[in-house]
Design a binder for this molecule. Structure first.
Ligand SMILES: [Zn+2]
Length: 205
């Protein structure tokens, strides 16, 4: 059983990438649901997917807007690293920074995303979270089979911002070094912008 597809749903002012990754049984994981629960629901219906969980790379306002609605719709767990719990609670305080007036329904902290791999019963999803603090204190990259969901830690053009709440420049560079040891053929799916191969990132920088 192979993972067949990754769907990217670009949403909101910051063109955030919400990803749906699914296998040939249509089991799906939802990564970083941004601001558009209706659009995500439509995709889930269109592709006939069964969502298993929501996994967040971090808790910035532009990455969590649709989490509560999806939990209510599908009754699925929500994973986030505990070091972003405070940021999660305060998400609406920072909406001005993200140039939005919309108050989002902040989800409750549910499952702690640790370095411990997560497997989902009767699926081939092998989620290996890699703790990569720096963009936020609880930033995590998610290695799922041969893919790496990098959130705002690593993007096509460079490392993520560290001037937003929770950011730490020294930390993010240490975290990026951890990613350097991953297979270079790994496809990285960032929180904003286009996917890229890790070798394109590391062998040019
Ligand atoms: Zn962010």
């Amino acid at each position: 059983m192979k993972i067949s597809q990754v769907i990217t749903h670009v949403n909101g002012k910051w063109k955030q990438n919400c990803y749906l990754i699914y296998n040939n049984k249509n089991n799906a994981l939802i990564i970083d649901p941004g601001s558009d629960p209706g659009g995500i629901k439509e995709l889930i219906t269109e592709y006939n997917l069964s969502p298993l969980a929501i996994l967040n790379t971090h808790a910035h306002y532009d990455h969590i807007g649709a989490v509560t609605a999806l939990i209510e719709l599908y009754g699925i767990p929500f994973y986030l690293n505990e070091n972003d719990q405070k940021l999660l609670k305060q998400a609406n305080l920072y909406r001005i920074l993200f140039e939005s007036k919309e108050v989002i329904k902040v989800p409750l902290f549910d499952q702690n995303l640790t370095q411990e791999p997560i497997s989902f019963l009767a699926t081939d999803f092998n989620v290996e979270p890699i703790l990569t603090p720096g963009h936020t204190q609880g930033s995590v990259c998610l290695k799922i089979n041969d893919y790496l969901f990098t959130g705002d830690t690593l993007m096509e053009g460079g490392v993520g911002r560290t001037d937003l709440p929770g950011g730490d420049k020294n930390q993010i560079y240490k975290s990026v070094e951890i990613l350097r040891s991953l297979p270079r053929g790994t496809v990285a799916f960032p929180g904003h912008g286009h996917p890229f191969l890790l070798n394109n990132f590391f062998d040019k920088s």
